[in-house]
Design a protein. Structure first.
Length: 429
């Protein structure tokens, strides 16, 4: 089995390698190809990955490549985790938001839109290489904004077997299990639990949890509310939880507590990108140490907890036809029959070798659906703009987004976004 990672020079890669090493008995990986256009980073991160694998008896070969088509050719799985423009582009997204008094976070608001415009054309180029050299491969997209990018793939490369993934739902499940077991000495095996959640990537609402098939959501909510009353600044108001009996994805803070998030943004520098740049500089120095064969503790500062768990468990479930439920981003296809069949949603799906099938779910209540529908309209328009270079679609995406600029400032924001990203947006001529 050949597995390819596009963006193999990412500082996350060693965690992913560890995930494959932990599952060598279930996943007969023969070659792990790490592809990146940044040769220097690839040599550092890839060299470290090769030492990690060698230290474990070299159960598979790690191949480094700067040639995308060669890396994809013949692959069974293609994992995407790249960042067009690298971390400086993320910093520009954050400061774009700051300049205009808007949210500039990398997946949400104008920051997420700029990132999507840069990313989608590159992703469609990857889809083309899969179509021509690895037509049976499963494309597993981690690249942010994951849901929007997966939406674009499903609309503009529908023949490619695609699934979008994110570690946020798994983090939520683990946090709910921690609440349930906080008074117990025995940890709960997360494979016994299934999270019920619905929405879009970074715009979802958790509404249930089962343990060994038994509904334990009431217990989760009760413990969650008790825990919240003991905090000076809980994530969510008690009334929101008791009224809806749902717990929002953390990223909904940007929509529900916008002023608070803007106030934090006003404290730049350093922005999150600038903090991560410092972390990555330190990590790359450590990765370059020829004696290092295990991921350093500093990797946790990078964020992305459970990233390798989500990736490798999904591949394992698909390859071994396990029929497990995983929270993923896939086309609706009637799972929520009241919504558009073509929408890409984040929800639990059954993972089998023959395909990834979303589990039927009831639609979200009106208070949540209104926000979801507006953001989905933004996603569809942004994908159209990214593919075609249509400025009208980009403008309309800005004005329909709940975190977008006021109408009188929309053209100014769009002009700034396109000019700031000129080097990465050749489609906008």
């Amino acid at each position: 089995m050949k597995i390819t990672v596009i963006g193999g020079g990412s500082t996350y890669t060693p965690e992913l390698v560890n995930g494959f090493l932990a599952r060598v008995e279930q996943l007969p990986v023969s070659e792990l190809w790490l592809m990146d256009i940044d040769k220097e980073r690839l040599e550092i991160v890839g060299g470290f990955a090769q030492r990690m694998v060698k230290a474990k008896g070299e159960p598979f070969k790690v191949v480094l490549s700067t040639n995308q088509r060669e890396a994809i050719s013949g692959a069974s799985y293609v994992c995407t985790q790249f960042r067009v423009g690298q971390m400086p582009a993320r910093r520009e997204d954050e400061y774009l938001g700051l300049r205009h008094g808007l949210i500039g976070q990398e997946t949400t608001g104008v920051g997420g839109m700029a990132k999507a415009l840069r990313t989608i054309p590159v992703m469609l180029g990857i889809a083309k290489d899969i179509r021509e050299t690895a037509k049976d491969a499963l494309l597993i997209n981690f690249t942010n904004p994951s849901g929007l990018v997966t939406e674009a793939l499903n609309r503009y490369a529908p023949d490619i077997n695609t699934v979008g993934v994110c570690n946020a739902p798994y983090n939520a499940k683990m946090s709910f299990l921690e609440l349930m077991q906080k008074d117990s000495a025995e940890a709960i095996d997360p494979t016994r639990a299934e999270l019920k959640t619905l929405g879009l990537n970074h715009l979802s609402w958790h509404y249930g949890l089962t343990l060994d098939g038994e509904d334990v959501w009431s217990q989760v909510l009760e413990t969650y509310l008790q825990d919240a009353t003991q905090q000076d600044h809980p994530d969510w108001e008690t009334m929101l939880i008791t009224s809806t009996r749902m717990i929002p994805n953390y990223y909904l803070q940007y929509f529900y507590h916008t002023e608070k998030k803007l106030a934090q943004q006003n404290n730049y520098p350093p922005s999150r990108a600038e903090e991560v740049m410092e972390v990555e500089e330190s990590l790359l120095k450590q990765y370059a140490d020829p004696a290092l064969t295990e991921p350093p503790a500093d990797l946790m500062k990078r964020g992305g907890a459970y990233y390798s768990t989500v990736a490798t468990q999904l591949i394992n479930a698909h390859y071994n036809d396990l029929g497990e439920a995983h929270v993923v981003n896939v086309r609706n296809n009637g799972a929520v029959k009241e919504w558009d069949l073509n929408w890409t949603l984040e929800l639990p799906a059954i993972v089998r070798r023959s395909g990834i099938t979303p589990i039927p779910a009831k639609p979200l209540p009106p208070f949540a659906y209104g926000l979801l529908a507006a953001v989905k309209s933004y996603e569809i328009l942004t994908a159209q703009a990214a593919v075609t270079g249509d400025r009208n679609a980009a403008y309309q995406a800005l004005i329909v987004h709940p975190l977008g600029p006021k109408l009188e400032h929309a053209q100014e924001v769009l002009d700034d976004m396109l000019e700031t990203n000129r080097a990465h947006l050749p489609q906008f001529k």
